[in-house]
Design a protein around this ligand. Structure first.
Ligand code: IDP
Ligand code: MG
Length: 135
């Protein structure tokens, strides 16, 4: 089933010059880029994106992190794109993510883990509408 998913290449990846490396993995897998834009979000936009996490202990430093510099936001499309991207991204904690995944190969952090991918069709719909309302 063809799906669309919202991906963020987070500020750590932009700072580290890893945007190209991360994009290459998605493209090499066969996913299509439907939309892509560099964005530097404010706290209100971070709260909207991470609505499910705003009360969590880890959220204030996460908000500081995602507002600390530009991110690259994109919508990817392909067969089972939501689950495929989550698999390519790897487990949340880069220290524990499997080698071969983006986080497993390139992140050593639970917070600064390079990428976001929508976790369900409902999340993808909500996040795509939030980031790319014209799609
Ligand atoms: P996900 O990005 O793998 O879906 P979520 O649980 O949705 O993970 O958490 C959102 C983001 O919050 C993570 O990608 C990571 O940047 C950060 N995060 C999650 N859990 C922790 C934690 O325990 N400590 C620090 N940061 C965390
Ligand atoms: Mg999540």
């Amino acid at each position: 089933m063809t799906q669309r998913t919202l991906v963020l290449i987070k500020p750590d990846a932009v700072r580290r010059g890893l945007v190209g490396s991360v994009l290459t993995r998605f493209e090499a897998k066969g996913l299509s880029i439907v939309a892509m834009e560099q964005r530097h979000i404010d706290a209100a936009q971070a709260d909207a994106h991470y609505a499910e996490h705003v009360e969590r202990d880890f959220y204030p430093p996460l908000r500081d992190f995602v507002t600390s510099g530009p991110m690259v936001a994109l919508v990817l499309e392909g067969d089972e794109a939501i689950e495929v991207v989550r698999g390519l991204n790897g487990a949340t904690d880069g220290r524990k993510a499997a080698p071969g995944t983006i986080r497993g190969d390139l992140s050593l952090s639970n917070r600064e883990n390079l990428v976001h991918g929508s976790d369900s069709p409902e999340s993808a719909k909500r996040e795509i509408a939030l980031w790319f309302p014209n799609l």
